[in-house]
Design a protein around this ligand. Structure first.
Ligand SMILES: C[S@@+](CC[C@H](N)C(=O)[O-])C[C@H]1O[C@@H](n2cnc3c(N)ncnc32)[C@H](O)[C@@H]1O
Length: 394
């Protein structure tokens, strides 16, 4: 039986607005821009990430809700879309995520490459690819850093080629941490494609035939393309644009993460309750990248695995309240919050997100000012929406 698809679809649905007319029009404009523009912008799409925000939507919200010189903070930064768009707008930004892979990926995506570095990286990719091909030809023995369980997701020769390529990345780039991290993230971007896992979001094992050398070829092509994208990002930045900072932590620790700094705009898309297990989305990648997902196991919010019973609704309310409270404590005096939230699905029941936030926010000193809500594919016949909600400090 096919698993029920719960992810939300593309932009372009009907938009319902409420609250302060100007603010709700600004939020609606962000949805409209996302529907009109391609999400393929600079480094945005080089690596899959579930629940990724449309970069044009992020850019529009930042343009309308942050002023020059302000600090933009995304406590559920995922692959970094909001902080990267803040940098492109010339603003300082901090991104926080509990998933170590998210933070590593976001750092790589946010790093512009200049022309001098580009030449060095292109040569490096060619070198790594050559050595990896040489390993395949010479049938060099290599051990993959995977358990026997994990190893069964790959054909024998593919596993060997991946393991050899990974060793080459680690060895050849040992003198440049940034270069190594870039190539490891490119490796991460392709690894699921070469596993027998049917797709990014399904764990089913599908039979496939892949010729020798294809992994390396694909890696090199993807790496060169990513370098071009990061170079284009560098050329698009305004002079002096500060690179965003990314921190691996729980959003609930935001005030501690910021220390003495305060957020002028918290703009974030928290997990939609009961929709995903972000920890499990990247399970294939963790052993290759030496990632320990135990903090995600303990501290992930909104996780489907923790919210599958009907009486988990109270737990979901508690989680949302704790997030909002952490946001309030991290805001500057005239700080603002924009949330992009989708309706939750708790124990098979749809929980409209915008009304939940409107009910809980005042408990922690936040006032809901406006929202724009875009229609999505219905869930079991019930209309479902994704919302942009704007709040201010009381
Ligand atoms: C909707 S995604 C954000 C996607 C992001 N806007 C992007 O464009 O890639 C939600 C994120 O919340 C993260 N998350 C879940 N629990 C968390 C927690 N307690 N603290 C921080 N991040 C958490 C997940 O790892 C995931 O990356």
């Amino acid at each position: 039986m096919k698993r029920e698809r719960r992810a939300l679809s593309q932009h372009g649905g009907r938009i319902r607005r409420g609250g302060h007319p100007e603010a709700s029009a600004a939020l609606a404009a962000a949805f409209e821009r996302a529907a009109a523009e391609s999400p393929d912008r600079f480094t945005h799409a080089f690596h899959s990430y579930p629940g990724r925000m449309h970069p044009s939507l992020a850019a529009e919200v930042i343009a309308r809700f942050a002023d020059p010189g302000e600090l933009v903070v995304d406590p559920f930064a995922g692959s970094g879309t909001v902080p990267i768009e803040a940098m492109i707008a010339g603003l300082s930004a901090i991104g926080v995520d509990r998933n170590p892979l998210a933070v590593r990926l976001a750092r790589v995506k946010a790093r512009p490459i200049d022309d001098a570095e580009r030449g060095f990286l292109v040569a490096l990719v060619r070198d790594v690819a050559e050595r990896s091909e040489e390993r395949v030809r010479a049938r060099v023995d290599v051990r993959a850093p995977l358990s026997r369980e994990e190893a069964r997701f790959y054909d024998g020769h593919v596993l060997k080629e991946l393991a050899g390529l990974r060793e080459e990345i680690l060895e050849v780039t040992s003198d440049s941490e940034d270069a190594r991290e870039l190539l490891l993230m490119v490796f991460s971007a392709i690894v699921v494609k070469f596993s027998r896992q049917e797709s990014e979001t399904r764990e089913d094992v599908a039979p496939r035939r892949l010729r020798k050398g294809l992994v390396t070829e694909f890696f090199a092509r993807k790496a060169l393309e990513t370098i071009e994208r990061a170079t284009a990002l560098g050329r698009a930045l305004p002079p002096g644009a500060p690179e965003p900072r990314f921190v691996e932590a729980s959003a609930l620790d935001l005030p501690r993460v910021l220390r003495r700094e305060r957020a002028d705009l918290i703009f974030t898309s928290p997990p939609y309750g009961g929709v995903y297990d972000y920890r499990d989305q990247h399970a294939r990648r963790y052993p290759w990248l030496d990632i320990d997902p135990s903090a995600m196991t303990r501290e992930e919010l909104g996780a489907r695995r923790k919210l599958h019973r009907r009486d988990d609704l109270g737990r979901w309310d508690d989680e949302v309240l704790a997030m909002l409270e952490a946001f309030t404590r991290a805001l500057s005096r005239d700080g603002r919050v924009v949330l992009m939230v989708g309706d939750a699905i708790i124990g098979g029941e749809l929980v409209p997100a915008e009304t939940q936030i409107a009910r809980l926010a005042p408990e922690v000193g936040l006032v809901p000012i406006a929202h724009a809500s875009e229609e999505r594919t219905p869930f079991r016949g019930r209309p479902r929406e994704e919302h942009l909600v704007y709040l201010e400090r009381a």
